[in-house]
Each structure stands twice: as structure tokens, then as C-alpha cells.
Design a protein around this ligand. Sequence first.
Ligand code: RB5
Length: 149
Amino acid sequence: MKLWVGSDHGGFKSKEKLVGVLRQEGHTVTDIGTFSEESMDYPDIAKLVCLAVTGKKADRGILLCGTGIGMSIAANKMKGIRAAVVWNKPTASLAARHNKANVLCLGGRVLKPSTLIELARVWIRSPFERGRHVRRISKITALETKKRG
Ligand code: RB5
């Protein structure tokens, strides 16, 4: 899968580990930073990853900050993005199967690296279940009232 991955300083260390594992497992990963623990603003990274997803440069995106929450709030402002914060295997799986989340948000300060790596794997491997969820996704899309850049 073509993945764009980014983090702020709070997710930096976990992002480094996650990118390494995803590459080892055969994914094509674009790591857009950040590349240190120096403080930076997570919406800047969220925007770049989301534009890659909506512009079809990436199949999906993964964003890490301290909690995953700031990244998800920022990402969900972008047209065409369904970003999900997940914290265990059921939420990671359901984010893909029911919500068709195209961006995964993970908390580098609240999850162990091994845990968030496993959650990314679960999300990547879980197929969208279609059926009644197609209608619900359409209704989410209909809530988008204007294009945001
Ligand atoms: C940065 O200190 C922290 O606020 C950020 O990583 C994230 O957790 C925000 O939601």
C-alpha cells in the first residue's frame, strides 16, 4: 500500500519506528516528517498528508501526535478525509470496516510503539464492509459544505 506518514514532535519517536516496520513489510512509505523532537505545529503535517490522500498520491495516511486527537481534529477539517483516532484492535479494525477511515491517527505519548504498530497493521488489513456503511459514508460526505484547502 502507498502510505504517507507524518507526525509532530509528540509522535516523532513512534513514527520513526512505525515507518521502519511498514517499509520492512513491503509498503511504499513517504515519511513527511517531522524529523526531530523540536516543537512544531501538527496541523501543518496533517494538511500535507491529507492532501496526498485526497490527491491520490497516497492510498491512505497515518498521523501521529501526542494523543492522536489534535491530528484527527485537523485532518477531519479536510474535504474527503475520514480520520480516526484508534487505541485498541477493535477500534483500529472498525475504523476501516465501518468508517472507511482513510487516515489513521495514533497517540505516540499514550500508546507503546509496539501497540501502535500493531494497530496500524490491523487497520491496513481490515477491508471496508460496504453494505449499510456505504450509505452512512455518503451521508458523512454530504455534510461537507464547502471546499477547504
Ligand atoms: C504537543 O504537545 C501535543 O499537544 C500534540 O502532540 C498532540 O497531542 C495534540 O493533540
